[in-house]
Write a protein that binds this ligand. Structure first.
Ligand SMILES: Cc1cc2nc3c(=O)[nH]c(=O)nc-3n(C[C@H](O)[C@H](O)[C@H](O)COP(=O)(O)O)c2cc1C
Ligand SMILES: C=C(O[C@@H]1CC(C(=O)O)=C[C@@H](OP(=O)(O)O)[C@H]1O)C(=O)O
Length: 390
């Protein structure tokens, strides 16, 4: 399975084309819209989220509620587009229109793709960079991840993404062993949270940052349950599933770190406290007594829940402005701002969940086939039986 996305933040729409989805998979727009709504709900978003009401249109590859095996096209409209038709239109502007429309952006924003992208693609109007580098694109990635979750659900594999930390407020975690998910946790941090008030403390930290004209980042966690043993491979670097997940998570806007299981903490501990001992039960087959390594050994899943953490930097556009330099005048200026999120970590938890879901689903189809659901179910059931009796 593979996908491409296209579309600008203030253009007419975002599009994804997904190729390699098996036939006979039940799929409706509602399966996807549910996740799009979760992404919009998170605390700390700016005014743009009041304009958008993300809804997917399935434009190809599905007939009467079932996939056909043909490429699937997903489209999400930007409601804000109506305010940007002149600035973002594909047609050349007349001289009159050119004067009317404030076109050029020459002031790069620290923390964004603006300056590097402008130099790389020789744009003197940095709107050509910022429109595509915007995290608006994460909408359509969530749509693609939602489709991946529909596939995984057929095999009882479920995922949850939630917020672990906002700034220095931590959701005190329950141990990995007691993970029993899976509900909507984008507003609070219920999944593995021992402190019932953590969600409220996080919201207060977001409010405080906003009040100071600042922004705040955080850490999200994604857990996938009932993942079979052996997705991914030890055989080659680009088939290691933990590596693929890391790439996918790190590609989310503003993500600066990724961990699997204990992650960086494992480097500070002795081996006896890190590795998960192997046990055997006639009903379950082989299993682990703990899950410190987050469900991975040798680039492959080991049957324990997959646990991924992603670290998001604070939003770069600040109401308390940063210094930069105009690319035309070369004069320093203080960045001005019209609107921005002050925290997008809760929303990013949903994006991270989508990224992990996609990688697991793609690896799942690599292992069990990808033509039609009945064949995949058969291959999966046979393999699970063999793994249990191994
Ligand atoms: C869901 C989400 C919403 C975001 N909203 C904003 C925003 O409103 N303002 C902003 O400056 N950056 C926002 N960002 C972050 C920028 O898109 C990101 O920092 C920028 O594109 C540069 O990429 P990099 O941080 O990965 O290097 C958001 C990121 C995500 C994941
Ligand atoms: C539109 C979304 O996020 C946007 C991501 C973003 C950025 O610079 O990345 C900047 C803001 O957009 P605008 O400049 O239009 O206010 C966010 O609202 C979204 O998440 O759907």
């Amino acid at each position: 399975m593979r996908f491409l996305t296209a579309g600008e933040s203030h253009g007419p729409q975002l599009t994804a084309i997904i190729e390699g989805v098996p036939s006979q998979l039940p799929l409706t727009a509602e399966d996807i819209n549910e996740h799009l709504a979760r992404r919009q709900k998170g605390y700390g978003r700016g005014r743009r989220m009041q304009i958008e009401k993300d809804q997917v249109q399935i434009m190809s590859g599905v007939r009467h509620g079932k996939t056909t095996g043909a490429p699937i096209t997903l489209v999400i409209e930007n409601k804000d587009w109506t305010h940007w038709t002149k600035i973002m239109g594909a047609e050349p502007l007349s001289e009159e229109e050119e004067k009317e429309v404030k076109r050029k952006i020459t002031r790069p924003r620290p923390g964004h793709a603006d300056l590097n992208g402008a130099i790389k693609y020789r744009h003197r109007d940095m709107r050509n960079v910022l429109e595509r580098s915007s995290a608006r694109e994460t909408t359509v990635r969530v749509a693609v991840g939602a489709l991946a979750q529909v596939i995984l659900k057929q095999f009882n594999i479920s995922l949850a993404g939630h917020v672990l930390e906002i700034g220095d407020v931590k959701a005190e975690q329950k141990p990995f062993e007691s993970v029993k998910v899976l509900k909507d946790t984008t507003e609070t941090s219920e999944v593995r949270c021992a402190d019932e008030n953590a969600g409220e403390k996080m919201k207060a930290a977001i409010d405080e940052a906003k009040k100071n004209g600042d922004s705040i980042g955080g850490i999200v966690e994604v857990i996938a349950e009932n993942v079979p043993i052996g997705l991914g491979s030890f055989a080659h670097y680009d088939r290691k599933l933990d590596g693929k997940i890391a790439q996918s998570v790190l590609s989310i806007n503003a993500f600066k770190g990724v961990e699997i299981g204990l992650g960086f903490e494992a480097a500070r501990m002795n081996g006896s406290l890190v590795h998960d001992e192997i046990a055997y039960d006639a009903d379950r087959g082989f299993y682990r007594k703990s899950n410190r390594l987050g469900g991975f050994e040798g680039g492959m899943t080991n049957g324990m829940p997959v646990v991924v953490h992603g670290a998001m930097k604070p939003i770069p556009t600040l109401y308390k402005p940063l210094q930069s330099v105009d690319i035309d005048s070369k004069e320093p200026f203080t960045a001005s701002i019209e609107r921005s999120d002050s925290c997008a970590v809760p929303a990013a938890a949903v994006v991270c969940e989508a990224a992990v879901a996609w990688e697991i689903a793609a690896a799942f189809l690599d292992k069990f086939g990808s033509d039609t659901m009945a064949d995949i179910h058969k291959a999966f059931n046979d393999y699970q039986e063999e793994a249990r009796n191994f």
